[in-house]
Design a protein around this ligand. Structure first.
Ligand code: 13P
Length: 336
C-alpha cells in the first residue's frame, strides 16, 4: 500500500481533539422512515434539503471532523450548485461514505444478519474517492438473544469487515469498521460487555489476518449497555467501565481511535456516557482516542423541530449547532 501516510493523516484529522463525526449516511429508506414520523414528503429533494440544512449549519466545523454520506447524498448539491462533498471540504470537514449494501438474514442462523456489499467494492471506492470521500463506513449487526450471537455469524461478519478494510486502504480511503452490538434485548450489562469483547476479538483477529493496516483505520463501536427491554439501568460510570474493559481486552493499542454510534440512546444519554468514557479513558491512559460518530443522537431533535418546514430551518440549525457543541465537549470529557 503506497498510501499509509495518507491514511494515517486522514485518521488523525478525524479524531482531532474536540471533534467527532456526523453519520448522515442513512439510506434513502431509513431516512424516509424518519421523515414518516413527521409527514415529511419522502423525496430525493426533501432528503437533499435536510442534508443541506445540516451541512450548512454555522459553527459545526468546530466539532465535526467528518460527515458520513450515502450514495445519493454524495452526488447531491446545495442550492447554489456546490456538490455536498465540496461544501463540506470548504468548511474543513472530511466527506466520508457508507459503502456496505445493508444487512440480510444470515443463512447459518435465521435470527442473525450478515452485511452484503463486497461485490464491485473496489470500483465504487475509486468513484467515491473521485467524488471527494476520504473515509468509509461498513456496518455489521450483532444480535444478543437466546443462544445469540453465534460465533459463526460474528466470524462471517468479521471476515467481510476485514476484506472491506483492505479494499478501502488500497483505495486510499480510511475504513471505519462498525460491528454494532444491538441495544435491543433483555440482556444485562455484563452480557453486553461479554458480547462486545467477543465480537471485537474476532473482528481484530480477522483484520490482522487479512493484513489491514491498524494505524490506518478506525473502529466504530456500541457502548456496553443493558438491553433496551431488560428494565435494567446502569450509571454512566458502570457503562464506561464495562465499555473500556471490553476494549482493553480486544482492541489492539495500535488502533488510533474508537468512535461511538448512539444506537437508540437518547441524545442526553449518549452525551453523558461519552463524557464519562472519555474522562475514564484519559485517567486510564487508554491507547485510543474515543469520540462520537452519532446519527440519531445528533439529528433526532433537529428533525423533530424542522418537520420539513422552511420556517423552522434556522431554529433547527440552532438545535443542531448545540448538539454538535455538546458532543464536542463530551469528546473532551468537558460536558457539564
Ligand atoms: P446512530 O448513532 O443513530 O446509532 O447511527 C450511527 C450509525 O452510523 C449507524 O450505522
Amino acid at each position: 500500500m503506497k498510501t499509509l501516510q495518507s491514511l494515517e493523516k486522514t485518521v488523525h484529522a478525524l479524531i482531532a481533539e474536540g471533534k467527532g463525526i456526523l453519520a448522515a449516511d442513512e439510506s434513502a429508506g431509513t431516512c424516509d422512515k424518519r421523515f414518516d414520523a413527521y409527514g415529511i414528503p419522502k423525496t430525493p429533494e426533501m432528503r437533499r434539503k435536510w442534508r443541506q440544512l445540516l451541512f450548512s449549519t454555522s459553527g459545526i466545523q468546530n466539532g465535526l471532523s467528518g460527515v458520513i454520506l450515502y450514495d445519493e447524498t454524495i452526488k447531491q448539491k446545495a442550492d447554489d450548485g456546490t456538490p455536498f462533498p465540496k461544501l463540506l471540504q470548504g468548511r474543513g470537514i472530511i466527506p466520508g461514505i457508507k459503502v456496505d449494501g445493508g444487512t440480510v438474514p444470515w443463512e447459518g442462523s435465521l435470527s442473525e444478519k450478515i452485511t452484503n456489499g463486497l461485490d464491485g467494492l473496489l470500483g465504487r471506492l475509486a468513484e467515491y474517492h473521485t467524488l471527494g470521500a476520504r473515509f468509509a463506513k461498513w456496518r455489521a449487526v450483532i444480535t444478543i438473544g437466546e443462544g445469540l450471537p453465534t460465533e459463526g455469524c460474528i466470524r462471517e461478519n468479521a471476515i467481510r469487515l476485514a476484506m472491506y478494510a483492505r479494499a478501502c486502504q488500497v483505495a486510499d480511503i480510511v475504513p471505519i469498521l462498525e460491528p454494532e452490538v444491538l441495544l435491543d434485548g433483555t440482556h444485562t450489562l455484563a452480557r453486553s460487555k461479554e458480547v462486545l469483547t467477543q465480537t471485537l476479538e474476532i473482528v481484530f483477529e480477522e483484520v490482522q489476518k487479512y493484513g489491514a493496516h491498524l494505524e490506518g483505520l478506525l473502529l466504530k463501536s456500541s457502548m456496553a449497555l443493558p438491553g433496551k427491554e431488560s428494565g435494567l439501568t446502569a450509571s454512566p460510570e458502570e457503562v464506561a467501565t464495562a465499555t473500556l474493559d471490553a476494549f482493553t481486552a480486544s482492541v489492539p493499542a495500535s488502533v488510533p481511535g474508537i468512535v461511538f454510534l448512539s444506537g437508540g440512546q437518547t441524545p442526553e444519554e449518549a452525551t453523558i456516557r461519552l463524557n464519562t468514557i472519555v474522562q475514564m479513558a484519559k485517567a486510564q491512559k487508554a491507547p485510543w482516542v474515543t469520540t462520537f460518530s452519532y446519527s440519531r443522537a445528533l439529528q433526532a431533535p433537529v428533525l423533530e423541530y424542522w418537520k420539513g418546514q422552511e420556517a423552522n430551518a434556522s431554529g433547527a440549525q440552532a438545535i443542531f449547532e448545540k448538539r454538535v457543541k455538546e458532543s464536542s465537549l463530551a469528546s473532551k470529557g468537558e460536558f457539564k
